[in-house]
Ligand binder design. Structure first.
Ligand code: F3S
Length: 383
């Protein structure tokens, strides 16, 4: 692989052991993927931040890297952790708490912005063609498909290494020639956030890791597109979809010979339920936008009678305190920097969620979970 003089210095250890280790990771992965060179990135986003996800080996690696003096060279953000660090919800053991704090400290020492969110684009929105190295699958799909930025779906350590070097290998979705849809999927009329999420779930099942070209009866809002993409990245491995009317045309190539597949209305409805007796209602996977908070606040009339969680980025929480206060007065717990999937959830058995991604992962963990329409959670919650 061709390396610039500066990249060679990083690899030979002239910038210190931490940078050297990070550069070795980037070069190794790049060589495995057949990359000919590295490119500069403007933003790295690390996934695998919850102690519940990375455990002792992950903590040890981060601490060692920080002790070797590794520092982020570009803007770098991190995914949610295993509890809301302000309210300690859900409750965790003392050991889990302390280990999670050590992980956050290591990221802080390395100069990361400890944003604790899977929607870093609500804090700083990348521009079309901007190069990123992001590790959170839902954010990767959103960056490529909605914003038109370029990122592969990086593993946690690669995203950390990219932050420290400011570099990523030029392969996969970093190359425009690989950003070409491979099949066309037509969706029926969809009317709710959860319906877009369910459609994304079906898209993931069909497309796997291919790039689908998705057509709509009605163009989704950006937060509906977010729900769709997060689900397709979970049930399949979709890192990019071309969304008709949304994906910036300059960021992909067209394909005239695509197989056409139609998803029928009943395939969406089969995934969605009308639930009554649940222990927990959850919205906020991926973390909510301001528009979602406003929608939720308007649609919930009265005090909720069930445990109701919403997940948000801590910085967004600060920015929209008046809406949050209203939601909290209604009995909704607005949690910062966490979600039920990365938290060690114990006390709930039956969970209703608007997110097909949460549905996918909690079901795999053995929970009884159903998808419910966002427009209906309000009435279910107050009954
Ligand atoms: Fe975010 Fe947790 Fe969903 S990290 S995308 S809210 S599973």
């Amino acid at each position: 692989m061709y390396l610039t003089k500066d990249e060679e210095h990083m690899l030979s250890g002239e910038y210190g052991e931490g940078v050297q280790e990070a550069m070795r990771i980037i070069v190794k992965v790049g060589e495995l993927l057949g990359a000919e060179k590295l490119v500069n990135i403007s933003h790295a986003h690390a996934s695998g931040v919850s102690y519940g996800t990375i455990g002792e080996p992950g903590l040890h690696w981060l601490k060692t890297l920080a002790s070797k003096g590794a520092k982020a060279r570009v803007y770098a953000t991190v995914n949610p952790i295993g509890f809301d660090p302000f309210k300690i919800i859900p409750p965790v053991s003392k050991e889990f708490y302390l280990k999670q704090m050590e992980i956050m400290k290591s990221f802080e020492e390395m100069g990361f912005d400890v944003t604790l969110t899977c929607t870093p684009y609500y804090l700083r929105e990348p521009k079309p063609l901007e190069r990123l190295a992001w590790g959170e699958s839902s954010a990767v799909a959103y960056a490529n498909s909605v914003l038109g930025a370029f990122t592969n779906r990086e593993g946690g350590p690669v995203a950390v290494a990219a932050a420290i070097t400011g570099k990523i290998y030029e392969a996969g979705l970093q190359l425009k020639e690989n950003r070409r849809p491979e099949l066309m999927i037509r969706l029926p009329q969809l009317n709710d956030y959860a319906e877009y999420a369910a459609a994304g779930f079906r898209i993931g099942e069909i497309a796997g890791t291919k790039i689908p070209y998705v057509t709509f009866e009605k163009t989704p809002s950006h937060w509906e597109a977010k729900a769709l993409l997060a689900a397709s990245a979970a049930s399949g491995g979709v890192a990019m979809a071309v969304l008709e009317g949304i994906t910036p045309p300059s960021t992909y190539l067209m394909n005239d010979k695509m197989e056409k597949i139609e998803i029928e209305r009943k395939e969406i409805d089969e995934l969605i339920d009308n639930i009554e007796d649940v222990d927990l209602i959850y919205h906020g996977c991926p973390h909510v936008s301001i528009e979602e908070l406003i929608f939720l606040n308007k649609s919930i009339k009265g005090k909720v009678k069930k445990e109701f969680w919403v997940s948000v980025a801590p910085k967004l929480y600060e920015a929209v305190r008046p809406i949050i206060r209203e939601l909290e007065k209604k009995g909704i717990k607005v949690l910062r920097g966490t979600c039920p999937v990365v938290a060690p959830l114990k006390e709930f058995k039956k969970i209703a969620t608007t997110s097909a991604k949460t549905y996918f992962y909690l079901k795999r963990k053995g929970f009884d979970v159903t998808i419910v329409r966002l427009s209906e959670v309000g009435s279910v919650a107050v009954r």
